[in-house]
Design a protein around this ligand. Structure first.
Ligand SMILES: CC(C)(COP(=O)(O)OP(=O)(O)OC[C@H]1O[C@@H](n2cnc3c(N)ncnc32)[C@H](O)[C@@H]1OP(=O)(O)O)[C@@H](O)C(=O)NCCC(=O)NCCS
Length: 115
C-alpha cells in the first residue's frame, strides 16, 4: 500500500511478486511487470482485474497517462483535449481513459487532485 493508493499484486505459485498495478481514486498511478515475466499476459490480467474492481465500486471511468499503442489494445482511448487538468504537466496524447459506462469519456471534466 502506498498512502492513499490501492495496489493489486500479481504473484507466482509460491507467492513471489511478478507485477503490480497501483490505483489512486479513478486513475492508474503505477503499473509494472518484472522484466523476466513480461509478454505473458500478466499486464493484461492486472488491467482487467483493475477494471473489474473499478466497475464493482460503480466507477464510470479509469484514467491514466501512458502509451496509447499498449493501452489502446485494452480499450483505452484518448481523453478529449482540455477536459481534465492533472496536478502536473501531461502530454495530452498520453492522457487515456477506459469507459466503464458508455459516454463517460466524453462527459468528463474537472481537476484530478494529487495525493
Ligand atoms: C507495460 C507492462 C506493465 C506490460 O506488462 P506485460 O505483462 O508484459 O503485458 P502483456 O503480457 O499483457 O502484454 C504484452 C504485450 O504488450 C506489448 N507492449 C508492452 N509495452 C508496450 C508499449 N509501451 N507500447 C506498445 N506495446 C507494448 C508487448 O510488446 C507485448 O506485445 P505482444 O503481445 O504483441 O507480444 C510491462 O511491459 C512493464 O512493466 N513495462 C515497464 C514499465 C511501464 O512501462 N509501465 C507502464 C507505465 S505507463
Amino acid at each position: 500500500m502506498i498512502a492513499s493508493h490501492r495496489v493489486l499484486v500479481a504473484r507466482d505459485a509460491n507467492g513471489g511478486p511478478l507485477g503490480f498495478i497501483a490505483v489512486r481514486q479513478c486513475d492508474i498511478a503505477g503499473f509494472y511487470v518484472a522484466e523476466g515475466h513480461r509478454g505473458q499476459g500478466i499486464g493484461r490480467a492486472l488491467l482487467e482485474r483493475c477494471a473489474h474492481a473499478a466497475r464493482a465500486i460503480g466507477a464510470d471511468l479509469i484514467i491514466l497517462v501512458g502509451d496509447e499503442p499498449y493501452y489502446g489494445r485494452h480499450g483505452y482511448k484518448r481523453v478529449p483535449p482540455g477536459r481534465i487538468r492533472l496536478p502536473g504537466p501531461v502530454d495530452p496524447m498520453r492522457l487515456l481513459g477506459l469507459e466503464l459506462k458508455p459516454g463517460a469519456l466524453s462527459a468528463i471534466s474537472g481537476d484530478v487532485r494529487g495525493g
